[in-house]
Design a protein around this ligand. Sequence first.
Ligand SMILES: [Zn+2]
Length: 270
Amino acid sequence: MATLGDWIAEGGVVVLSGAGLSTDSGIPDYRGPSGSARRSTPMTYQTFTGDPVARRRYWARSHLGWRTIGEARPNDGHRAVAALQQQGAVGGIITQNVDGLHQAAGANDVVELHGNLARITCLDCGELTPREIHGRRLDEANPTFAGVALAFNADGDAELADESLDGFTVVDCESCGGLLKPDVVYFGETVPPHRVTRSFELVESARTLLVLGSSLTVMSGRRFVLRAAKLGIRVAIVNRGVTRGEPYAGLLIDAPLGIVLPHLVALPAA
Ligand SMILES: [Zn+2]
């Protein structure tokens, strides 16, 4: 019987990663078995752009949540994926995560399906700003803000007592005065078409689609597994708990990624 090691050794692997890959870095997966159920509903694009009070509260929460996510570091799973890529076994990487940890581990050719929290985008002029610069502007605009996060979510949206949010000042685009938003895809928003196209290209050129830490609950990720299965491309899934990709998986491993992945590669000392 084939093992995951056999499939990886044959090369042509494209990775599709989800929140389960980053839980060992301290970023909670609110859908997975290790995540606490989030208390607030996720921000939607419609609410963010249409409700100034909700937007102000979101920025206060996001500003705090970033302090944790911005400090997260890659774990053994991210390092293993990067090492497999450097060895030539893994080609492209498609990630549903917005934490940038694949690249921080040294990986390249990463399609960030849902964007990256480290970038802020202007909804009017499209200018991108690094999070650090935007964070400094928020600090300057809110010198007395000292909210304490109760918890935070994988999308960088912290849970915060409402009284902490009162009076938080949002800053707008320095170039055009437009609305600023983290460069991540919200619920109710579609993934930019060029990222979807690039992801399908990667999948269609793969020998194996390796799903890491995704329950494949949302179609934005599951569609790539469906495409692989339709084309007869092998699908392997390493994930804790149930996954909706199970019917399409030739190999399914329910085990911690931080244990499984380093076994597949001779990791350099961390
Ligand atoms: Zn602008």
